[in-house]
Design a protein around this ligand. Sequence first.
Ligand code: ADE
Ligand code: ZN
Length: 330
Amino acid sequence: MNFKDIPKVELHTHLEGSAPPAFIAGLAREKNIDISGIFNADGSYAFRDFDHFLKVYEAACEPLQSPEDFRRLTMAVLEETAAHGVVYMETFVSPDFCGGGDVSAWRDYLAAMQDAADEAERTMGITLRGIVTGIRHFGPDQCKVAARCAAETKGDFITGFGMAGGEMAGRPGDYAYSFDMAREAGLQLTAHAGEWGGPSMVAETIRDLKVERIGHGIGAIDDPNLMEEIADKGVVLEVCPGSNVVLKAVTGWGAHPIAKLRDAGVPVTVSTDDPPFFHTTMTAEYEMLAKTFGWGEDDFRALNETALNAAFCDEETRARVAKRLEPKND
Ligand code: ADE
Ligand code: ZN
């Protein structure tokens, strides 16, 4: 099977985390910023564990200082993602890294990203939607600043609100104000949970933040009642197996719970999270799923259907993307 050519829907990526290291190193050189410590000798990102990953991630964002930098970044990421057959992609974008939460600066950054997304849609047939993201370890007050930016810019491009970062910072309910504000503005909701936090973190995230999707969510595997609840409510997990393996949230591909979650009726999707950090692509994720769990064409078709149904987009966009997922008869 040629995994690269399968048309794919990817729901869970971080825009800055998708930046090729050479792109970030080049920008840093242009601006005389010394972040050489975040790279290995071969130019890849260097980190020891999840906490160190978050620090390296923030350092990699330092050279991204203007809307033009984000336009170039968005284009570079979409080129790479489209090359792996992705026809619809959602990406987390953070006001914290784009003007520090100032709404008017945020609008300028968004316009630049949208400009690149429009060009990529025309030239590469890939559709991008943005999910404004609060950074959990920056605390609930800073998350509200991100939520305000999200509420002010909901539209054709910004369709969702989410939360990433250090999962053990506070409990989900501490961030409920931000999620309420985003929901009232008409945004769809997702939050990282159960990457590190276990089933109670996933359960509280669903209960207190009323999200439609969960980023990762693999901790749900330890609670059969929770898996049943997730299946009944139709909450969709954005599972990122390659990320979980590299960050050691699981001990290896063979130990990854994605197949067991799916067998329990939990709606699962597959994404890359921060592909250059984890040396992965959507093609590589599919290859590993086929090799580890024996998944084939029908399984990948079902994954993409689940993902498209859960996509934070309007019905016209969903119908347009559905056509791109149809098998070609030539
Ligand atoms: N930000 C970027 N990648 C992340 C991950 N895997 N978990 C939490 N926050 C993140
Ligand atoms: Zn993530």
